[in-house]
Design a protein around this ligand. Structure first.
Ligand code: MCN
Length: 783
């Protein structure tokens, strides 16, 4: 048992199941999160928040609040406007209010900031500030928001249209639909979700007036990008801003944003000359930070009688709340919704996505997974199941018939993506075998005869990760690449620094494994650092399952650069020609003479003390890696459910997940990622939804009402893999962090509908709460 808690030692490369190096400090309570940091003389920031979704601000009275002992300052939008900080750019090209001057645009929006000696005085003052509002008609339904007579959400816009994108060949798709034997269609609502990380958003801002340096400890997934935004907004030179992202208690995409609290804290720290701490409460987080999903989807699939899929047509309206923070799609069609043709060889497809502003917090953002991939995978996988049922075909057989054949890779999809590699039949067949698919179908038939409700749901999804090729993506104008700097010190110990920032993904272990694999250095001798803009090379951050495809690749390239130099030094030490040097398991030797060797540690020492003539001292490398393409992980999931007719309760009896993320760095970490993401998919499918009433009031706003899965509800996951390496990644790896959240909801919903199809049930929107199922059963006369 003691051994199991010890950090790993030795050389551990690709595929080694080592325990996570970072876990020891978390297990013994020694992680450092923003709220653990206390600076001398620190003061606290709290916000007055809007009770209305849409209202004009008539007057703000702060007199009573000012007189509360301990209150230091009260900051309004007007003051920030004078400082040029009332609005800030979102990472992706829109702009966002820091504090409003004219009107509030969602319930829970920050309106006035209070700075006090302690958080209790700050909250007392928040309760004493009187804001006189004139309620305005709220815009809640995104479809109505796009109607010409709708009230306008934003004071700086004259329409609620965020964007309208299309992808694919509309005419060809129409023609194919006309020629098809069968067209199935369905409306889906992919509900709004809270990014339920454990640690709420927050920061500490510190300003040193002597050096002019602003330091922010921040729960951010993208510290360098935030620094650039801060520099652009505040005009403070970028080298005088330091963002430190300490341990993060989960991010899941919700901590990519620049939140108003960061800006107000920085402004106040400069103004007051004291460090300022701002930490959201959980319910503040639920009401005001970036939300996910909220997509109204109409999908249609055209096919031949024999089940050959011919065309796909999808129309989407996405609700972005009051500000749009999603990725800039200019170079890729229809955002990543264009991955909606999935694993299938579909001739023609057309997708249209329209974004609307509404009086809700900013939404539709990256949340395991980003940029509409989750919704796209859900849509195609639901439609394929509906088609199978309409045709009376087995959903597995229909999929096998329509998969992109393995020999067609690299495969150009109808919507323009070039999938790097894939073998979808292998994954599905493995899942079918593992779960005993055909036996389950027999069991289902027998149960159905007895009136019992059992369903089998399949999802064979394709993910698109690794943002990204610099010509496809940019954030605030910065083309996307990723960095890795590896430095071997004279004693052979390594510090490697990255532009990414883990929030629980285990980078300290997996990056060390990549370096250990290539350089043969024990993992305990490799320290991985991320999340400090003063020390780490510039990077775009951790989201979109991009760390392995981009930073992992950068680490491999840097390690190989080091190896090239080390070979030259070894040749010098061994008095041999460089081309005769062999490197194996951390040792350099002359071909044919493995017993006479120099270790990488000896070579490192020589790199500093005795470098060969014409070679610079030192042993280090930095790489800014621009991936040639995205990576396309995939998987086949099969879920078995039993439904209780009396209560509508769905019990997930089994769930088999076969994932393929190419070559695996650490199988334990990958399984952990998949289990976590499956659990999120389970929560999405059966439990979670953020809802608003017609006035824009949030229902609940705490974990008392917003239910996430606990260990009690979570099914036992049965995991397996196929391995189809990415041909363009230096290690053949693909990202995996989000795959199971992308793939699993369709498997759950397909299973529920499969159990009920014979009763005439075609679809139930997520979350599939028991009462929804019970209501349907009641309508069908079964319950
Ligand atoms: N990995 C591996 N072999 C592969 C692929 C990945 O060993 N072939 C390992 C990686 O080295 C890394 C982990 O698996 O340690 C996840 O890698 P990757 O898929 O590259 O994803 P990122 O590290 O970029 O993490 C982002 C992804 C996303 S987008 C969200 S959202 C998410 C997620 O990861 N948020 C998380 N997983 C999370 N896990 C935790 N605990 N907390 C979050 O906030």
């Amino acid at each position: 048992a003691v051994e199991e808690t010890l950090p790993p030692v030795g050389v551990h490369g690709m595929g080694h199941k080592i325990r996570r190096k970072e876990d020891m400090r978390f297990l013994v309570g020694k992680g450092t999160y923003v709220d653990d940091i206390k600076l001398p003389n620190m003061v606290y920031l709290a916000f007055v928040r809007s009770p209305y979704a849409h209202a004009r601000i008539k007057k703000i009275n702060v007199e009573k609040a000012k007189s509360i002992p301990g209150v230091i300052d009260i900051i309004t939008g007007e003051e920030l406007e004078k400082a040029g900080l009332a609005w800030i750019p979102t990472l992706m090209g829109d702009k966002m209010m820091v504090l409003p001057t004219e009107k509030v645009v969602f319930q829970g929006q920050e309106v006035v900031a209070v700075i006090a000696e302690d958080k209790y005085a700050a909250w007392d003052a928040v309760n004493q500030i009187e804001v006189d509002y004139e309620p305005l008609e709220p815009v809640i339904d995104p479809k109505k928001a796009l109607e010409p007579n709708s009230p306008i959400v934003r004071p700086d816009k004259n329409s609620n249209l965020v964007f309208r994108w299309e992808a694919g060949n509309k005419e060809l798709t129409e023609k194919i639909f006309k020629e098809a034997d069968i067209v199935v269609s369905q409306d889906f609502y992919y509900q709004r979700l809270h990014v339920a990380y454990m640690e709420p958003v927050g920061c500490i801002a510190h300003y040193d007036p002597v050096s002019g340096k602003l330091t922010l400890w921040m729960t951010t997934q993208a510290p360098h990008v935030v620094r650039t935004v801060f520099s652009l907004v505040t005009k403070i030179p970028e080298n005088k801003i330091r963002i430190i992202s300490p341990d993060i208690g989960g991010g899941f995409g919700g901590k990519v944003y620049v939140y108003p609290g960061y800006v107000v804290a920085a402004y106040a720290a400069i103004k007051l000359g004291r460090p300022v701490k701002w930490i959201n409460t959980r319910s503040e987080d639920m009401k005001s930070t970036a939300f996910a999903r909220d997509f109204h989807i109409h999908g249609e699939l055209a096919a031949k009688k024999d089940g050959t899929i011919l065309g796909l047509r999808i129309k989407v309206i996405s609700d972005h709340g009051a500000f749009y923070g999603d990725a800039n799609p200019s170079k890729f069609p229809a955002g990543l919704f264009s991955i909606c043709t999935g694993a299938y060889d579909i001739k023609a497809a057309y997708v249209e996505v329209t974004g609307a502003y509404t009086n809700k917090p900013a939404g539709g953002i990256a949340y395991r997974c980003s940029f509409r991939v989750t919704e796209a995978a859900y849509t195609i996988e639901r439609l394929v199941d509906i088609l199978a049922h309409e045709l009376g075909m087995d959903p597995a057989e229909l999929r096998l018939k329509n998969f992109i054949p393995p020999e067609k890779f690299p495969y150009k999809s109808a919507l323009g993506w070039t999938y790097d590699s894939g073998n979808y039949p292998a994954a599905l067949k493995k899942a079918m075998e593992k779960i005993g698919y055909y036996e389950l179908r027999k069991e289902q038939e027998e149960k159905r005869k007895r009136g019992e409700l059992m369903g089998i749901g399949i999802s064979t999804f394709v993910e698109i990760v690794g943002a990204g090729p610099a010509d496809l993506f940019d954030i605030v104008g910065i083309k996307m690449f990723e960095s890795a700097e590896i430095r071997i010190h004279p004693t052979g110990k390594v510090i490697a620094r990255f532009g990414t920032r883990a929030q629980g993904q285990g980078h300290e272990t997996t990056y060390a494994q990549i370096i250990s694999e290539i350089l043969g250095i024990p993992v305990e001798d490799i320290i991985i650092e991320e999340g400090d803009t003063d020390t780490c090379p510039y990077g775009l951050g951790t989201y979109a399952s991009r760390s392995t495809p981009t930073a992992g690749a950068a680490a491999a390239v840097s390690a190989r650069k080091i190896l090239d130099k080390a070979k030259k030094i070894a040749a010098h030490l061994l008095e041999a020609r460089e081309e005769d040097i062999v490197f194996e398991k951390g040792k350099f030797y002359v071909k044919g003479y493995p017993d006479k060797y120099k270790t990488i540690q000896e070579v490192a020492l020589a790199a500093y003390t005795n470098p060969p003539p014409n070679i610079e001292a030192g042993l280090e490398a930095v790489t800014y890696y621009n991936p040639p393409n995205m990576t396309f992980p995939f998987g086949a999931y099969i879920c078995v459910v039993d439904i209780d007719k009396g209560t509508g309760q769905v019990k997930v009896r089994r769930f088999v997940a076969v994932d393929d993320c190419g070559n695996i760095i650490n199988p334990v970490i990958v399984d952990g990622q998949i289990m976590g993401a499956l659990t999120m998919g389970f929560g999405t499918s059966f439990m979670e939804e953020i809802r608003y009433d017609e006035n824009g009031n949030i229902f609940g706003g705490s974990f008392a009402e917003y239910l996430i899965p606990t260990a009690v509800e979570t099914p036992k996951w049965e995991l397996d893999k196929t391995v189809t390496p990415s041909p363009h990644h230096p290690l053949g790896a693909k990202g995996v962090g989000e795959s199971a959240t992308v793939g699993s909801p369709a498997a759950f919903v397909n299973a529920v509908v499969d159990a009920l199809w014979h009763l005439g049930v075609k679809h139930i929107d997520m979350p599939i709460w028991p009462w929804k199922v019970w209501k349907v059963l009641r309508e069908k006369g079964v319950a």
